[in-house]
Design a protein around this ligand. Structure first.
Ligand code: SF4
Ligand code: SF4
Length: 544
């Protein structure tokens, strides 16, 4: 069984079925339809695309959906540095030169990659999985993994109870969450998955360093034909600097903006910010607004219409934040394999992880077919292969890149990253501990319009169900957090879920939740827990 019908999980299921058509494979996902909960940049490396093509089908040249997903190869790749509200510097030649000198920072290039909508890619893979006879079930949210009494083996995955009211009382349509049993379980939930983290805890897997996260907020904007033509049809732009990093003067956050051409006169515009920001009044959406107002960006999107929005976390900790079994070093344990973003296979030097998600899925699929008679060897066999693969080679090369920046800041961290994997592992604080009594320099006067943002993510939950967001101790909010940080979850939650009602901080609008999980990782007192709501709830991305 695979938990999570994103590119990693579906690539795994398809590869296993291709290898052994007799295998009975089931993929479950909490979203209501394929691709609904998938959001990414996204640029996909050609190797990973070829890997997928190999396991998909022979006649893909005639398949409209396939062509739609893979018809945008990057022809123009700009890497800019925004010096302030108006100026910019093209640092692409510098990055190319670094690439020629084989310096790790030179990996930040995207020529020849594909610009893909990850939601559409998941749709394509979901359709192909079903075509091969794989059971792909949507609206099936998993909340836990069940281990055998001696803990040596996973027996199955427990689904969320359905049909409870807000207070947790059983309604006439109540059904207890079933346990789906399986010989092998692949956890492909993406970043900070609930079952994955519970398994890591139960199976005592360890990370050499804590995971670091970032949040990405993204809008797909329909612009005029003239603007789109001027921007270019196969172009990606990445911009460091303002509004999240202004050297010397601050702020000094890790992150940057992006612009990708999406076809049909649409440009995707996004902002990724490391969750280790210090400013208590910061909201990544404010940074996105500043980015959109920069003249370079604005010329292409001015007067455009935002047609879809979304937010999601990205695991940034890299090689040393991969959860492993301390005895066997396996990524997972026994008959449980962890793949993709759930394992943290994102390379922040390249600013991408989709290729690693797919590679790890393809490897896991082959391993399942190979080890099905002795399922408890699956995680170890998967690890033997992936540890000697190109995926782990590049993860090692990126080494402590993100930790170095977290420790020394952008100014010293970027030059130090030249030493790549040679640098020691610097200990970093978890993201929730980094907040200080410090204000964001570019905070505007107007609040970001979160209602429209949420509406365009098409998020929905059944209103009459228990809140899937829990504040562990509301005294902490009023006595510790409010006086110092002014209840920052109200500001940084991209969906405006948190409100102070009559002096009490509450997740007042859980049905707006975008499942980004930022609150769980950024609340400065580690006071929020995110669990899975009933099946089918959450955003409904179609273009992301
Ligand atoms: Fe502060 Fe966390 Fe309480 Fe929000 S939930 S007010 S961030 S302590
Ligand atoms: Fe993200 Fe938490 Fe807000 Fe939901 S409530 S959108 S998980 S920050």
């Amino acid at each position: 069984m695979v938990v999570g019908a994103g590119p990693a999980g579906l690539a795994c299921a398809i590869s296993a079925k291709r290898k052994d058509p007799q295998l009975e494979i089931c993929v479950i996902d909490k979203g209501s339809d394929p691709g609904n909960h998938n959001l990414s940049g996204a640029v996909l490396e050609p190797d990973a695309a070829r890997g997928l093509i190999d396991v998909l089908k022979e006649n893909w040249q005639d398949d409209e959906l396939f062509i739609d997903v893979f018809n945008r190869a990057v022809e123009r790749d700009d890497i800019l540095f925004f010096l302030g509200k108006k100026c910019k510097l093209n640092i692409g030649p510098l990055i190319r030169f670094a690439g020629m000198c084989k310096l790790p920072i030179g990996n930040m290039r995207h020529d020849g990659d594909y610009i893909v909508s990850i939601s559409r890619l998941a749709k394509l893979l979901g359709r192909e999985a079903r075509r091969l006879g794989i059971e792909v079930l949507f609206g099936f949210p998993a909340e836990d993994i069940i281990l055998s009494d001696d803990g040596s083996k996973a027996m199955g995955v427990k689904l969320v109870d359905q049909g409870l009211d807000k207070e947790g009382n059983k309604q006439p349509n109540y059904s207890a969450g079933e346990i789906i049993e399986a010989d092998v379980i692949v956890l492909a939930e993406g970043c900070d998955g609930l079952v994955t983290e519970r398994f890591i805890e139960k199976a005592l897997l360890k990370r050499k360093t804590n995971q670091l996260y970032s949040i990405g907020v993204k809008e797909v904007i329909k612009v005029s034909e003239e603007q789109y033509e001027r921007f270019g049809d196969n172009r990606v732009v990445h911009a460091l600097g303002y509004p999240v990093w202004t050297p010397v003067l601050g702020p000094g956050m890790f992150g940057g903006g992006l612009m990708y051409s999406y076809g049909d006169n649409c440009i995707a515009v996004g902002m990724i910010v490391g969750l280790d920001w210090k400013e208590f009044d910061f909201n990544p959406q404010d940074a996105l607004t500043h980015f959109k107002n920069h003249p370079f960006v604005n010329q292409f999107i001015n007067d455009g219409k935002v047609i879809e929005t979304g937010a999601k976390m990205i695991p940034e900790g890299g090689f040393y934040a991969i959860p492993r079994d301390s005895e066997t070093n396996s990524i997972g344990k026994g008959n449980v394999i962890i793949i993709g973003d759930g394992a943290g296979l994102v390379n922040m030097l390249k600013i991408k992880g989709l290729h690693n998600a797919i590679h790890s899925g393809l490897i896991a699929g082959e391993v399942i077919a190979e080890t099905i008679k002795v399922p408890v060897t699956a995680a170890q066999r998967f690890t033997e292969i992936i540890d000697h693969s190109i995926t782990m080679k590049e993860m090692k090369q990126a080494g402590t890149f993100r930790q170095t920046i977290a420790k020394f800041g952008n100014m010293a961290g970027f030059p130090l990253s030249v030493f790549g994997g040679l640098l020691p592992l610097f200990r970093t604080e978890p993201d929730y501990r980094t907040m200080r009594k410090k204000k964001y320099k570019y905070k505007g006067n107007r609040e970001f319009d979160k209602d429209t943002f949420t509406a365009l993510a098409h998020t929905e939950h059944r209103e009459d169900q228990p809140s899937h967001l829990t504040i562990l101790d509301s005294n902490i909010c009023s006595t510790k957090c409010k006086p110092v940080f002014r209840e920052p979850c109200i500001t940084f939650c991209p969906a405006g879920v948190y409100e102070n009602i009559m002096g009490v901080l509450k997740p007042a609008n859980p049905s707006n939740c975008l499942h980004c999980k930022t609150c769980q990782r950024k609340c400065p007192f580690d006071n929020i827990r995110w669990t899975v709501p009933e099946g089918g709830g959450g955003p409904r991305y179609t273009l992301m």
